[in-house]
Design a protein around this ligand. Structure first.
Ligand SMILES: Cc1ncc(COP(=O)(O)O)c(C=O)c1O
Length: 398
């Protein structure tokens, strides 16, 4: 049996989304900016896609949604745009973020540091959550931007975006959230949370790869990363990939419907809990950060004496895809930065395995995965000298 449990890395394109995309390859292929009927033929479905995106995040009509290549591009557009607008051309010099952001935020911030910008990396608490009060305390007269992820890609932990939004509104600081792991997992409401910007990637919610979005509240500034044609109102030059944009719109529409979100909450979470409970029955296993305030589909489990990489190998041999960390970091064997942020010691930092489910997983698949994980833990612990001889300090250390 093949079981895909790595949906925080990417998801299968929903067959309905694929159907909606198909006409835009060989039939309706005109350039949307052309003045003839071939170009104009793309417009109705592009408008529909934008409507779906606005609805999915509750954007106001006057706000903007820029179609980008992915969340990485959206994040970079905001961070580097703020640098140009408020730091190079303004009087600010400070950005606030967290220690557990995706590299698409952290690496952009590190780059700005090389340019003299001050960046504050706020820690998470023992539950893996960033406390909003830390943001309030870190804001100074110099702060140009607060950028905090909505849900963590490793732990699934959901951050207090509404509270942080209020703090930013009151202090007049621009607020961006990387919502890549939030869309389709729980309701995302940009107005309720006073957000100026959010980023998302279609392939994380059963849309195609290579397309993403950047929400920009009316009045918030954007400096384009890509200059060229007048596409996206001049905010992101380059011919729009119509098929992908249509696919992203439909993926958003399907993933954020009331029914789909209820299914995530009530059904996907049950499958995740079943898998998790079975693993936790094994001795010296722990959910990193605990079970509260998580996206319904994710669990990050540390299994003492079992290297994450070895576990993935065993799972893969048995047709199961999971992860030890962010897909972008999975080829280097550095300890997972999110695990490090919990203060775990280096052995424990290497024992995390992330299972991330989707609406396409079945109970039969989860039952199979449970058997495989149990077998793999037995086998790998049998091989581990550190597990055989180390004192039972694992739980207290985490
Ligand atoms: C929280 C978060 N932000 C950004 C990204 C980057 O997404 P993409 O590779 O589609 O740009 C990811 C991907 O794992 C993510 O999980």
């Amino acid at each position: 049996m093949e079981v895909y449990l790595d949906n925080n890395a990417t998801t299968m394109v929903d067959p309905k989304v694929y159907e909606e995309m198909k006409p835009f390859f060989c039939d309706i292929y005109g350039n949307p900016n052309s003045l003839h009927k071939f170009g104009a033929g793309t417009h109705p479905k592009m408008v529909e896609a934008l409507d779906f995106l606005y609805e999915g995040i509750n954007a106001a009509d006057e706000d903007d949604i820029i179609i980008t290549g992915n969340a990485t591009e959206s994040n970079n557009t905001v961070i580097k745009g703020i640098w140009v607008d408020k730091i190079l051309n303004g009087d600010k010099n400070h950005i606030i973020t967290s220690e557990v952001e995706h590299p698409a935020i952290t690496a952009a911030c590190k780059f700005l540091e090389t340019q003299g910008v001050k960046v504050t990396y706020l820690p998470v608490n023992e539950e893996g959550i960033l406390e909003a009060s830390l943001v309030r305390d870190a804001i100074t007269e110099e702060t140009a931007l607060v950028t905090i992820m909505w849900a963590n890609n490793e732990t699934g932990k959901i951050f207090p975006i509404k509270e942080i939004g209020l703090i930013c509104k009151t202090t007049g600081v621009a607020f961006h959230s990387d919502a890549t792991q939030a869309i389709g997992k729980f309701p995302v409401d940009v107005q309720e949370c006073n957000l100026d910007y959010i980023s998302f990637s279609a392939h994380k919610f059963h849309g195609p790869k290579g397309v993403g979005g950047l929400y920009v509240k009316k009045g918030s500034e954007v400096t384009p990363l890509l200059h060229g044609g007048e596409q996206m109102g001049g905010n992101r030059a380059g011919t729009v990939d119509v098929a992908s944009m249509v696919g992203m719109g439909w993926a958003m529409h399907l993933a954020t419907s009331t029914m789909a979100l209820a299914y995530e909450k009530n059904h996907v979470s049950k499958l995740r809990d079943k898998l998790e409970a079975a693993i936790l029955e094994l001795p010296e296993t722990i959910v990193i950060g605990g079970k509260e305030n998580r996206t319904p589909n994710t669990t990050l489990i540390s299994i003492r004496g079992v290297e994450g990489e070895s576990m993935l190998w065993d799972l893969n041999q048995n047709g199961i895809g999971a992860s030890t960390g962010s897909a972008c970091a999975s080829e280097d064997l550095e300890a997972n930065p999110v695990m490090n942020a919990f203060g775990s010691d280096s052995e424990l930092a290497h024992t995390g395995v992330r299972f991330s489910l989707s609406r396409f997983n079945t109970e039969e698949q989860i039952d199979y995965a449970i058997k495989v994980v149990q077998g793999a833990v037995k086998r790998l612990r049998g091989l581990s000298s550190s597990y055989a001889y180390a004192p039972e300090s694992h739980k207290s250390a985490l």
